[in-house]
Design a protein around this ligand. Structure first.
Ligand code: ACO
Length: 330
């Protein structure tokens, strides 16, 4: 599988830490010093996820030089779909990618990496030749805007990567690992509310609905700084790649302190750690491709460079991959 195009889209509305401090008891200094976040984009009420994801997808198609009809598979990693039955088909319809099968994949902030690895498996079997892997989330829908422990952390965004079949010797997915630990699921949830409804005497059903995001920040922080370097280290060892050969650390953007801790563990200089937390906050499944797209378009990431990537979050789930960016084929 070769990575040959990318694109992104973010809502126009940007909310600064200062603006948030007018809503909840927080400050620019607290948020910046603990997380590195300075602002976040927030989708308006009439801006559905489908629209954001479709914009990102079109940008990635253009970048790769593909027509919608070229696509065989669209994977949408999201935890905030417009429709629980699936939002990927809506994106497929909006693109007019009528030859593609499209479905959602949910793994919170690990979603994009899990989806990219999933697409690679379809490509490896020969079932799929060209795929768009989209990471898109609007967690603003699921925040308690009165809970300062969570609402300052998240933002909305979407980004996509175009991947296609290539000879095995030229693959852009050099190695990967994926992990889940459901015994720790309660650290970070966007869970069903307890809404019982009596259907008939003695028969009750659960009414659909979700409670806002709950996070035990300290537990998630400890999990991330322990597990991410461990898994990334396994991938580097398995591929025989010394850390000093990695061009960029492309990590899930949750907290600058986590990025710095992982960089220190591998002695990667901080200027090789990609970060756009200051502008977007944590956009969940979108952070990794959003960061990739920004760094490809401003010329930091060059064709042929190696990216050590890791996504981690609710589930708990985490994954790591060593990627090579190819860029559009001439
Ligand atoms: N503004 C001001 N004060 C605050 C805020 C805020 N926004 N939030 C919490 N505080 C206060 C707390 O009330 C507490 O005050 P107290 O000591 O009087 O009780 C104090 O600040 C310290 O709170 P902690 O929770 O201990 O703060 P901590 O230093 O742990 O930082 C943070 C919190 C930033 C959330 C950190 O724990 C973190 O980054 N965790 C990891 C998050 C993460 O990586 N998520 C990724 C997955 S997301 C996904 O999968 C969807």
């Amino acid at each position: 599988m070769a990575l040959v195009g990318c694109g992104s889209a973010a809502p126009a509305i940007s909310i600064s830490n200062q603006q948030l401090s007018e809503r909840v008891d927080t400050s620019d200094d607290w948020i910046r010093s603990r997380t590195g976040i300075g602002a976040r984009r927030i989708a308006s009420a009439d801006e559905p996820l489908t629209e954001l994801a479709s914009r990102a997808a079109r940008a990635a198609l253009d970048h790769a030089g593909w027509a919608p009809g070229d696509l065989d598979l669209i994977l949408l990693a999201t935890s905030s779909p417009d429709d629980l039955f699936g939002t990927a088909p809506r994106v497929q319809g909006a693109l007019g990618a009528m030859n593609a099968v499209a479905f959602d994949l949910t793994a919170a902030c690990s979603g994009f990496l899990f989806a990219l690895i999933t697409a690679a498996q379809y490509i490896a079997t020969g079932a799929v030749r060209r795929s768009l892997v989209i990471g898109a989330d609007q967690l603003s829908r699921w925040l308690d805007w009165n809970d300062r422990r969570t609402c300052v952390l998240f933002g909305d965004g979407a980004a996509a990567v175009a991947v296609e079949a290539c000879p095995v010797s030229e693959t852009g997915l050099l190695g990967f690992r994926m992990r889940s630990d459901g015994s720790r699921y309660a650290c970070l949830t966007l869970a069903q509310t307890d809404g019982r409804e009596t259907l008939l005497p003695g028969v009750s059903t659960q009414k659909g609905g979700f409670a806002p995001i709950f996070m035990n920040g300290q537990e998630v922080y400890k999990f991330a700084v322990r597990e991410v370097p461990q898994l990334l280290g396994e991938v580097l060892a398995a591929t025989g790649t010394p850390a000093d050969q990695v061009d960029w650390l492309l990590l899930h953007q949750a907290n600058q302190r986590i990025l710095d801790a992982v960089a220190d563990r591998f002695a990667v200089p901080h200027e090789r750690v990609l970060s756009n937390l200051a502008h977007y906050g944590n956009t969940s499944a979108a952070t990794i491709p959003l960061m990739l797209d920004e760094a490809v378009r401003d010329g930091r990431i060059q064709p042929g460079q190696l990216l050590a990537s890791s996504g981690f979050g609710a589930g708990l789930s985490w994954g790591a991959a060593l990627l090579r960016w190819d860029g559009p084929r001439g």
